[in-house]
Design a protein around this ligand. Structure first.
Ligand SMILES: [Ca+2]
Ligand SMILES: [Ca+2]
Ligand SMILES: [Ca+2]
Ligand SMILES: [Ca+2]
Length: 435
C-alpha cells in the first residue's frame, strides 16, 4: 500500500515542498511484521518504522501473519486528528490443519496505528514502532475488549466513510470462524476507549467439519435502494483459502442486509443461516414457474422477513477465493471447483473457475448466459477459460465504449447492465476574473 502526498498537487514529488511517498508492506506467510519505507527520494529509500508481531507484552502481541493489506484513513479521537492505517490481526497458520471450527491464539484483532513517521508528537513514543491509536481484540489490553473475537482475520477490512467527512464511520471484517463483524466509530470520542462499538452481525459456521466455513476475503459492502427501502448489503463468500482442493466444507455465498445505514444498530445481532433466505433453488427466479401462486407468495414472504440471502455452491468443493464486486445492484463473484482426479500432489491441480452474476437483492440470475431464452438457475454462472483460481472481478470504465468486467485477462460477462451508474462525471470551477 502506498501513501503518496503531493501537497501542492503539481504532480511532482519534491521533499522540500512537504511531499512524500510512503510504502507499506506485510509478509503474508513470511512472518508477522509490517514495514514502512519512506521512498520519497527514490535513490535513497529509508526504513521509516517496523511493526514486529508476536512479542510478549507488546502492543502487537496478537498480530498474526500480516495478510491484511492496510487501509489508510484518518481518525479524530480526543480532539486529535491522526493519519492512520487500519488493518486486521492477520492469519494464524494453525488454521491450515484445523478440520473443524477452531479458535486462534492470535490474529484475532483489529488495529488502527499512526501511518506517518514514528514520533513523540501527541503523546507518541519514538521507538521505531508506530503507536497504536486504537485496537480491538479479546482481552483487557485492547481499547475495545471483544470476548467473542476468537478467530484470526486474514482479510483487509472494509472501511466506510458514510457521511464523507474524511473520517471512517463503519468497518466490516470477517474471520476464519465464519463470523462477520461490524464496527461503528465515533470521531468525536473523548478517548480511544469510547471510540468504537462493535459486534458480530453474521455467524455462518458450525461445529461439524462440513460446516467449518471460513472468511478469508474483504466484505463487499454496497448501498442498495429497492422500492424506496435503503439498506447496506454486505456480500462475501466462504472458502478455505489455505486448501483450495478441500471438498469437505460446504461453502456458500452470503448477502447480509442491514437497515442501519448511517447510524450504529441499537444492538449487534449475529444473524445465522436460519435468519437468511436460502436462494439456492432460485425459487424467486425462473419467473416462479415451478411454484403455485400460493407457494410463490409464501416464498416471497419468507424472503422479505429474512436478513439477506445465501446461495449454496452445490458442486463438490466449489468455494469462493476472492472478493466480490457489486455494480448497479448486481453482485459479481468468482468461484473455484477443484478437480484433482490424479490424486497426486506432484501434478498441477486443475479445476474449474466460474464467474457468477446475480441480483444483489435476491440472488436471482440476471442474464440468459446459455442463450436458451430463459433465466434459470444455470444462468447464474459462466465457466471461465482459466483452469486455475480466478481472481476477483474488476470493473473497467474505458475512455470510449461500455464499461467491462475483467476477471484476470478474461471479459466473460457481456451484456451486463451498468444502468446509469457508471457515467463519467466532469466538473469545473469558474475562477473570479479578479484572481
Ligand atoms: Ca508536489
Ligand atoms: Ca512508537
Ligand atoms: Ca465519516
Ligand atoms: Ca438460460
Amino acid at each position: 500500500m502506498t501513501w503518496v502526498e503531493d501537497v501542492n498537487s503539481d504532480n511532482q514529488i519534491v521533499a522540500e515542498d512537504g511531499d512524500h511517498v510512503y510504502l507499506y508492506v506485510g509478509m503474508r506467510r513470511g512472518g508477522r511484521n509490517y514495514y514502512a519505507l519512506d521512498v520519497t527520494d527514490r535513490a535513497n529509500p529509508v526504513l521509516m518504522w517496523t511493526i514486529i508481531g508476536g512479542q510478549p507484552g507488546d502492543d502487537y502481541e496478537q498480530l498474526g501473519q500480516t495478510w491484511s493489506a492496510p487501509v489508510r484513513t484518518k481518525v479524530n479521537i480526543a480532539s486529535t486528528v491522526e493519519e492512520v492505517l487500519v488493518f486486521a490481526g492477520g492469519y494464524h497458520p494453525g488454521q491450515d490443519d484445523a478440520a473443524v471450527k477452531t479458535a486462534d491464539a492470535y490474529g484475532n484483532a483489529v488495529f488502527i496505528v499512526r501511518a506517518g513517521p514514528d514520533s513523540n508528537e501527541n503523546g507518541g513514543n519514538e521507538d521505531g514502532t508506530p503507536d497504536v491509536i486504537w485496537s480491538a481484540g479479546d482481552g483487557p489490553s485492547f481499547d475495545l475488549d471483544l470476548p467473542a473475537m476468537d478467530y484470526s482475520m486474514p482479510a483487509s477490512p472494509k472501511v466506510l466513510d458514510m457521511d464523507h467527512d474524511g473520517y471512517p464511520d463503519q468497518l466490516y471484517i470477517g474471520d476464519v470462524g465464519g463470523q462477520l463483524w461490524r464496527f461503528d466509530f465515533s470521531n468525536s470520542a473523548v478517548s480511544a476507549a469510547t471510540y468504537a462499538t462493535a459486534g458480530i452481525i453474521g455467524s455462518i459456521s458450525g461445529i461439524a467439519s462440513n460446516d467449518a466455513r471460513r472468511f478469508y476475503h474483504t466484505p463487499d459492502v454496497s448501498l442498495v435502494n429497492q422500492s424506496g427501502y435503503t439498506f447496506l448489503n454486505i456480500a462475501m463468500g466462504s472458502g478455505f483459502h489455505a486448501h483450495p482442493l478441500n471438498e469437505v466444507i460446504d461453502d456458500r455465498f452470503y448477502s447480509f442486509r442491514s437497515s442501519d445505514v448511517f447510524a450504529p444498530p441499537a444492538s449487534y445481532v449475529a444473524k445465522t443461516e436460519s435468519d437468511i433466505y436460502d436462494a439456492t433453488a432460485n425459487l424467486l427466479g425462473t419467473e416462479g414457474d415451478s411454484l403455485t401462486e400460493e407457494d410463490l407468495a409464501a416464498e416471497i414472504a419468507q424472503f422479505t422477513a429474512a436478513s439477506g440471502w445465501l446461495m449454496d455452491l452445490e458442486r463438490s468443493g466449489e468455494k469462493v477465493l476472492a472478493n466480490s464486486l457489486t455494480v448497479n445492484n448486481q453482485v459479481i463473484f468468482t468461484t473455484y471447483e477443484p478437480n484433482n482426479t490424479s490424486g497426486s500432489g506432484c501434478t498441477a491441480a486443475i479445476g474449474t473457475s466460474r464467474v457468477y452474476v446475480v441480483s444483489v437483492v435476491d440472488g436471482v440470475p440476471l442474464l440468459d448466459v446459455d442463450e436458451d431464452g430463459d433465466k434459470d438457475k444455470t444462468d447464474r454462472s459462466l465457466t471461465l477459460s482459466t483452469s486455475s483460481i480466478a481472481p476477483e472481478p474488476f470493473a473497467l470504465v474505458p475512455e470510449t465504449g461500455d464499461p467491462i468486467i475483467l476477471v484476470g485477462p478474461e471479459t466473460p460477462v457481456e451484456d451486463l447492465d451498468f444502468g446509469n451508474l457508471s457515467v463519467r462525471t466532469y466538473w469545473y470551477q469558474k475562477m473570479d476574473p479578479a484572481d
